[in-house]
Design a protein around this ligand. Sequence first.
Ligand SMILES: Cc1ncc(COP(=O)(O)O)c(C=O)c1O
Length: 402
Amino acid sequence: MQTTETKIRDKFLAYALPSIGEEEIAEVVDSLRSGWITTGPKVKRFESDFARYSGAKHAIAVNSCTAGLHIALTALGIGPGDEVIVPTLTFCSTANVVVQVGARPVLVDVGDDFNVTTEAIEAAVTPHTKAIVPVHFGGQACDLESIYEIASRFNLPVVEDAAHAVGTIYRDQKIGADAISQSMGRGLPAVTAFSFYATKNLTTGEGGMITTADDKLAEHMRLLTLHGMSRDAWKRYTTAGSWHYEVVEAGYKYNMTDIQAALGIHQLRRLDGFIETRQHYARLYDEAFANVPEIETAIRHSDRNHVSHLYVLRLNLKRLRIDRAQFIEELKAFHIGASVHFIPVHLHPFYQERFGYRRGDLPRAEALYECIVSLPLYPRMTETDVQDVIDAVQQIVTSNRK
Ligand SMILES: Cc1ncc(COP(=O)(O)O)c(C=O)c1O
């Protein structure tokens, strides 16, 4: 444990904090004053700004990424008796939505870059497989070329979980762009779901967006966001709308509000700047830890940018006298927050009891889980904060070397 001489900071450094500027605040206040506080013109504007930013024909705002993933699977007709391939190293949401549509999540292993491997996906395909859900872990794209190759070989739709990947680029295209699914997926149905949760690179507090190039899917998903009510039902309280609507399907209540969109419109304008700061801080961490044998930094592929949503390091536990949990406790004693992304889904009791998964089933994700630590990384941090984290990590490593 640290001594008083090694005290680095007095104030606790939160693991994550949003960057909300005056423009966002003014836009939210404008919504509140306007009287239009639920889905309305600002949601429409945010959707078209997001579609332009991502290079997608359709962008549909929702109240979370989870909601987006859920309606994507629903619109693709996935249900009981079907299997959906999901990496185990993800947030429970990615697999929960598969359960919610009545299908079976087939959990598969990941590589050292934390992303699902194409070998694992290919080995998991059966005649019951109805979709592949790759997760762009931490803000770095999966090997989409190979994933779409498998998808087109087996004629499977792809639902990309891009909760971490707003702004991520793969081979010159933004994640969620039509060009990816249309060229690599050769027109297969494909949807991408983004999260705007409080810790994400772009936040609306809670919120999400789904993009697709597919007109029919887009229309169906839009319907599902608002009770299955016929088109533009949100306009029914305006002069442009009508009181009359028809429910054509039992949909959900997944629409985004104008208050959230007010944040999103300005966050989107600032997104590339946020990403640059995150990448700069990630480089400072990488450089500082490059020669520390007790630590391995993230693998970065040269054909994709990494938008540094997460900064996950791997502890070389063979060289340390402490485990990952103790490492995080020591960081806390230095007044630094940290987290773990993620507890593999197949280790959660629900997935073990319902689907029979066991420890040992997906060994690479399990081995990663034992040694991963996510350090604070967000634009509201200062370089001094970053240096404090570096100093704390180096001191913990030095005092716990074997
Ligand atoms: C990989 C992944 N998928 C999905 C989600 C769900 O996002 P939301 O909270 O917007 O529903 C998260 C949330 O952090 C996530 O990390």
